[in-house]
Each structure stands twice: as C-alpha cells, then as structure tokens.
Design a binder for this molecule. Sequence first.
Ligand code: FAD
Length: 495
Amino acid sequence: MAITCDVIVVGAGNAALCAALSAREGGASVLVLEKAPEYFRGGNTYFTGGAIRCAYNGLDDIKALIPDLSAEEEASIEVGSYTQAQYYDDLMRVTEGMSDPELAQALVSRSHPTLRWLRSLGLRFVLLYGRQSFKVGDKHHFWGGLAVEAVGGGKGLSDQLFDVAQSKGVTIRYESKGIKLLVDRQGKTSGVTMQSPQGLEDISSHAVVLACGGFEANAEMRARYLGPGWELAKVRGVPYNTGDGLRMALEAGAQSHGHWSGCHAVAWDLNAPPTGDRNITDLYQKHSYPFGIIVNIDGRRFVDEGADLRNYTYAKYGREILYQPQRTAFQIFDDKVKHLLRDEYRIPQCTMVGADTIEELAEGLDIDRDSLVETVRRFNGAVQQGEFNPTILDGKKTVGIDPPKSNWALPIDTPPYLGYAVTCGITFTFGGLRINQRAQVLNTEGATIPGLYAAGELVGGLFYHNYPGGAGLMAGSVFGRIAGDSAAKDTRGRG
Ligand SMILES: Cc1cc2nc3c(=O)[nH]c(=O)nc-3n(C[C@H](O)[C@H](O)[C@H](O)COP(=O)(O)OP(=O)(O)OC[C@H]3O[C@@H](n4cnc5c(N)ncnc54)[C@H](O)[C@@H]3O)c2cc1C
C-alpha cells in the first residue's frame, strides 16, 4: 500500500494538535483524523478553562509567556514563583508518590519551554485572574501554582491550535474515526484503519501518534475499570472519548500503565446534561467549596472541604460525591463568602436555592432538615479563631468534628444562605499506555512498538488518585510535542 503521509495523528484535541505541529516542524507531512464532526471539534480541550500549570521562577518567566503585560499590570500583581521542584513535589504529593518519576520529571522540566514554544507559534496566554487570584491589600496574589491560561480559555486554546495547525499545512479529516492500527510483517505500525460516513479506509503512514483521549465517555468501560456506579456519572466533556485509542493500542500489544481504576472527577451541577454542553463548557463545575461546607441528602458532611488548596482536592472529591446517597451533594455558603464564589456560581443554569434560614435551605434542596440544622450548629461550634486568608493554607480550622475542616473554616451564620446541588462529573481517566521519554509506546515486554507514539489523556502513569489542576493540558502539550518530534525524527531516519 502506498504511503499516504509521514505521520497520522489520531484525535484533534490539545495533545494531538501539539503533536501535529511538532511533527510538521520536524518536516513530516501530517494527517489528523478526528472522530467528531467539524462543528464539534476540539475534544475535551475545548471544554477546559484553558488553565495551564507550568513551572516558573518569577515574573520574568511569566513575561516570556505574556510579553504584552503592561507596567501598570505588573505593579498590581504578585505571581511569586512555582519552581520545578515545587511542581514535582505537588505531583508526587497528590498522587501518593506514585507518579512515574521519568514522566513526572519530563512534564515538570519541559512545562515552561513547551509553553514558550506554543507562544513562538503564535498562541497567546493571559494571567488567570478570575479563578486563581485573590486581592490581598492592593495586589492580586496568584496562588496554587497556576497563574496562566490560554486567551479565550479552552475554546480559545482549541481555536488557536486549529488555526496554527492549518496555517502550517496540517491536514485534518473530521468524522474520521480511527478503529484499528495497521501493523506490517516487521511488527511496525504502518497506518490506521479509519471509519467515516463513506465507510472503512486503510491509511498508511510511517508513524502513528495516538492522542484520542481516555475512556471517560464510555459507560461500559467506566463500570468495568472504575467500578460499580461509575456508569451513572455525568461526563463533563465530549461524548467521543470512548477509549478507542487504548483499545487499538492494547490490541496491537501495547503495555497498560497507571491507575486504571482512577479518574479525575469533580462536583458538577446536579442537572447538567449527560455529556458536556459546548456553550456552558466547564461552568457546571462548582469549585468554591473550600469556603463553605458540603453535605449529602442526609445533611451530613463527608469530606474535609479545606484539606488543601482547591487545585489539589477538587479532582478527587467527585468520586466522594458519587458514593453518597443518590450521587448527590450540596455546597452550602453564607453571605460572608458570597463574593469569593467563582464565576460558575453565577450562571442561570445553577441548581441552587437561597434562603434566610438553614431550615428553609434544607427544605428547598430536599436535605434532611433536622440533620442539616444539627450539622451546621456543630460545625459553627467547632470553628477556631484565626485569620482567614483564601490565598494560603491559613490553618483556620475546626476542632472536635469529623470530618474536620482544616483551613478556611468560618461559621455559617450570615443569611441569606446559598445551597448548590451537585453530583459527580467525570473529566478524564488516569489509566493508559506506557510510553518512554520519547513518547514511544512500549509493548508488554517493555520494548518500543516501532512507529507508535502516544500523548494526552491516554498516556498512563502520571496521575494516580488525584491530580494538580492545570496539569492535564500541560501534559498533553509536553508529550504531544515530544511525540510529534519523535515521530518526525524516526520518519526522517527511515530516509
Ligand atoms: C470541563 C473540563 C474542564 C477542564 N479544565 C481543564 C483546565 O482548565 N486545565 C487543564 O489542564 N485541564 C483541564 N481539563 C482536562 C483536559 O481537558 C484534558 O487534560 C486535555 O484536554 C486532554 O487533551 P487530549 O488532547 O488528551 O484529549 P481531548 O482534548 O479530549 O482530545 C481527544 C480527541 O480525540 C478524538 N477522538 C476520540 N476517539 C477517536 C478516534 N477513535 N478517532 C479519532 N479521533 C478520536 C475526540 O473526539 C477528541 O477530539 C478539563 C476537562 C474538562 C472536561
């Protein structure tokens, strides 16, 4: 069969388009196959806030990504620094020390250079004011190692990547689903069988980069790998990430790696649709719980809302909500903290109730009334003195209740009270393929599968149990860039 292109990239999200751009830069001809129709392009990347976690050593590193920062803006911000060592430690801490050290080191050390590369291609970034900064004194303090987002959020990131990819001569075919890897008699990946409305077609290439997401949108796989009940979770992003790339690679002898029963899942509006809405994108999420309490329909708390900065707990609390009666929970705030609630609490699509008393709030939300009143009474009585500061772990905690609240504990005593009903929304799955430092996929014996590379959600081994916010896009960009570069180099090496 005649070779159609040097590199086929399966998927057209952030990881895939970074791979495509990098392969083009390496001189390869690139064909991107995307399962979605063009009007639904962008994958989960489109649904993100566009927040990207990169290591930086101070303002100069931020200015390398955002050169148009004005002097006035510079004087009004405090970005601090987020060193590679801090990034690595955070990754290891939240993954219970299980993140693959080689992958983790590559992610951390290549994070800033990769964003600089994207910037050099024309992508634009801004500071993440809305969600990752609080005004302390006269300055905006950025916290939690997350200071940068793509212009236009996830939609902007996706649109910018498509624009650059097209301008660089990457060919994209929509409604073109990769269904099988072609393997030649030498065991080398030699293309993809794809399915489009016209039928099946074999497309040959020197290399294939799989970057077509995890299995979060596949109810059967969720129940199989994540466990009972997960088939009932809402999907935050596209309906297309159904584990196809994982299945294709495993069938071709790839080695599985990472936390196959783990995933990223968050508090998501109770009445959100079963899969993501392209207009609302990530605004069904409800991430300001550190400033209130979370209860179930029995009126009982079940997590430490202030265990850590939001970035380090939100991705594992969706799971806790899934395990509550009717997969439902309620975030409760009082008027004192209303101004701290993120933008997603102000959309008309919120399932929320406001009330002047806790009793009314319970009735409005169908929570066990007496139990909620008692929970709030005990919680308020357990709050200790201290200075409240949302930008740090302020140590303002409760004593004598279980679970405790370890930071930002303020009594819930100032009406009107606000209650938001949430369920579990799955973001992406952690289990994936084993790759090496060149993003080559390894087989079950640990050898590389010639011609096969992977990037993005379907790479295993980086995230276990939990995840530091903003690392998903960064990992996709870092390993996408590496995968495209390796694929182009290996193609050239072939002559
Ligand atoms: C609501 C939401 C908010 C998020 N916010 C953030 C954030 O702010 N920061 C952050 O770092 N991460 C965030 N994430 C996580 C982030 O989306 C992922 O880490 C990242 O976008 C994954 O990129 P990817 O390229 O691997 O997958 P995707 O962007 O999902 O791309 C995969 C693509 O593959 C396509 N595809 C699937 N199967 C096939 C097939 N068989 N053939 C061809 N194509 C196929 C899909 O249609 C899709 O376009 C968020 C996720 C969601 C859902």
